[in-house]
Design a binder for this molecule. Structure first.
Ligand code: ADP
Ligand code: MG
Length: 630
């Protein structure tokens, strides 16, 4: 258990730390050798003017700042010019310029009317990182950037000027945590998908949905980061295709998982689910067609994958919240944890989307990453609890099985013994009776000196007969008729029989039974045999100041008979062996007494339990169903 929990928890914590780092690292810039330019001018390029490679003289320039950048294309515009005044660069060995967020599909940077950087994308990922070397100059200089795009064209972050190598490091340092976070989450999802083979049929689908959901969120984080596009421009189209694909997998996977794991009974939900899942198929088709054909289908692409898609996702998240809240309200424990995680994720997603809509597409999705990490943490904890519970169940099952096995073994042993006992005992009893009769006859005729030997022979024969009676009782305890009997009456008779033996062992016997009748059903002679066997054992165990107490009472329709002595007692091992045939610690013991007793009580539908402590004594409790009328 521990082995599994620790690495997963560490992974989750690392993810959280990375996520926090990636959010806040953009705001810190401790390096003084880097200068930030936060103001620049920009001008829109109309569709008709696209051909020009220098800004035409009649452009209207707008002054913008990094805090309030102008990037959203007004209608009719197809791009923009950005004019940046670069501070003196001669203090640097190899000066450079870094823009971590530049929106555009076709970007050209001009220094002294010379193009020094060009990037052209055939797919719609608009965010660029621009990192270019500059020529060292002692005075301020002008830099022009020409951008073509479909939605946004402009700069959305401060422009940094400094040593090229330092800027390059800064760029990676800022962007990498985000990519790592995404990769870690995607990896987690992948592992889940691979390991769902361990689940059984019904669970597999739900677990696969969850694995897909986690994988696609991780991949979204990776493919929505500018870093891979910057360093692997050749893979750009594939990355962007993956982004679009995983966005379409994410929604259905989450919805499928939530409906399955909350066991919702509503028909409308199942219907809604079908519609929702169905919707994603044309979405995907439009996306694939647009990505291959391009250009002219842009409107449909945007319609399907944004304008219809986004509100749909919102609706889905809202339904999710409702389901999770209801679920948390109805059940506790595991599903509570799951609900909390899902609610946090859904709320963070809705918050992100709302900001996006209100802010006219200027918002970068950040909040949902926290929601996601929280959800994964909840899922992992949930999984841990399920595994722990399963493990406990497994343990109790195996204990039960071991107990059952030993009982079965005992029953089997008893069955063989009783079969043997029945066949042998009966055959031996008759010749014994005959022999005893002849011995008695001979003894009356024998001389004084031989009479003692005859007496010994007869008493040994009686002992053998008693043993055989035990065997017979064990084999066929139900032989005799069952009648209703009063416990007090029986106990009084038993006390009379056993009293001399208790006295012989230097002890006292005390019987405590109520006068109002306690009735049980069974054979009186067998019942006496059972109790005498027990009382004999108690008497034989007695030490100094021996005391045996028999107490009978009724409680909850059960008749209790408790026999306690202050004899030498037994240890755990002996207690466990009680009732086994031939278990005896006495030199002249047979180890049959308790075996027979257990059997008699069992036939009377009662139970017998022993508790004992070495040196202190033994307490036996017999329980019988009460057959009192009224
Ligand atoms: P036997 O009396 O012939 O030994 P039993 O089946 O009557 O056979 O008892 C089995 C063993 O259980 C005894 O040998 C004794 O060790 C132990 N035992 C039973 N009852 C008591 C008791 N009340 N106090 C101590 N030991 C007991
Ligand atoms: Mg005995």
């Amino acid at each position: 258990m521990r082995n599994f929990r620790q690495p997963v928890m560490i992974l989750v914590i690392v993810c959280i730390v990375l996520a926090i780092m990636s959010t806040f690292s953009t705001k810190t810039n401790g390096d003084e050798t880097i200068q930030s330019v936060t103001e620049w001018n920009m001008a829109w390029i109309q569709k008709s003017e696209l051909s020009g490679m220098t800004p035409s003289a009649d452009l209207t320039w707008h002054s913008t700042t990094a805090d309030r950048p102008l990037t959203e294309l007004p209608s009719g515009a197809a791009g923009s010019w950005v004019h940046i005044v670069v501070p003196p660069t001669s203090p640097y060995h190899h000066p450079g310029l870094l823009i971590t967020k530049l929106y555009g599909l076709d970007v050209t940077v001009f220094e002294d009317a010379e193009p020094i950087y060009r990037s052209s994308r055939g797919y719609d990922f608009e965010r660029n990182i621009v990192l270019v070397p500059l020529t060292a100059k002692p005075t301020e200089s002008n830099l022009y950037i020409r951008i073509e795009s479909t939605e946004r064209a402009g700069i959305g972050s401060p422009v940094r000027v400094g040593e090229f190598a330092t800027l390059s490091t800064l760029n990676v340092r800022q962007m990498l945590p985000n990519v790592l976070l995404g990769a870690a989450i995607a990896f987690l999802g992948l592992i889940m998908l691979v390991s769902t083979g361990f689940f059984d049929g019904k669970l597999t689908k739900t677990a696969n949905a969850l694995g897909l959901f986690i994988l696609s969120t991780g991949m979204l984080i990776v493919t929505n980061s500018s870093l891979p596009y910057h360093y692997y421009p050749d893979f750009g189209p594939i990355l962007f295709f993956l982004f679009d694909t995983f966005i379409l997998i994410l929604g259905p996977a989450l919805f499928y998982f939530i409906i399955r794991s909350f066991d919702e009974p509503y028909v409308w939900l199942t219907k809604a689910e079908k519609w929702l899942l169905g919707y994603y198929i044309p979405c995907f088709a439009v996306m694939v067609v647009y990505q291959t054909v391009g250009g002219s289908l842009y409107f449909y692409y945007k319609l399907f994958t944004f304008w219809i898609f986004a509100p749909l996702v919102m609706a889905q998240l809202l339904i999710t919240i409702v389901l999770a809240v209801r679920n948390a309200y109805r059940r506790y424990g595991n599903s509570m944890l799951l609900s909390i995680g899902i609610i946090a994720f859904a709320i963070s997603g809705i918050a992100d989307m709302t900001i996006l809509f209100v802010g006219h597409g200027m918002h970068e999705f950040i909040l949902w990453k926290f929601g996601l990490v929280f959800l994964i943490a909840c899922l992992v904890m949930n999984l841990n609890r399920i595994i722990a519970a399963d493990y406990a169940k497994l343990l109790s099952y195996s204990q039960e099985l071991a107990l059952f096995n030993s009982q079965l073994e005992k029953t089997e042993r008893m069955r063989i013994l009783s079969e043997m006992a029945a066949s042998i005992a009966h055959e031996i009893r008759n010749p014994l009776q005959v022999t005893r009769g002849f011995l008695q006859l001979l003894s009356s005729k024998a001389g004084e000196e031989n009479r003692i030997q005859f007496g010994m022979a007869i008493s040994e024969l009686d002992r053998a007969a008693a043993i055989i009676t035990d065997y017979l009782t064990f084999a066929k305890p139900e032989q005799e008729v069952m009648v209703s009997m009063d416990v007090k009456q029986q106990l009084d008779t038993i006390a009379m029989i056993i009293h001399p033996m208790v006295m012989l062992n230097g002890g006292v016997l005390h019987i405590d039974a109520p006068d109002n009748p306690l009735t049980i059903v069974g054979s009186p002679s067998k019942f006496k045999q059972a109790l005498i066997n027990m009382l004999k054992n108690s008497a034989e165990s007695l030490q100094d100041n021996g005391k045996i107490e028999v107490k009978a009472y009724e409680e909850n329709s059960t008749v209790f008979i408790r026999i306690s002595d202050n004899g030498h007692g037994m240890d755990e091992e002996q207690l466990a062996k009680l009732g086994n045939p031939y278990f005896s610690t006495k030199t002249k013991g047979t180890g049959l007494g308790l075996m027979v007793t257990f059997r008699i009580i069992e036939v009377m539908k009662g139970t017998l339990e022993f508790r004992s402590e070495i040196g202190k004594g033994t307490e036996a409790t017999i329980r019988f169903p009460c057959s009192n009328q009224g």
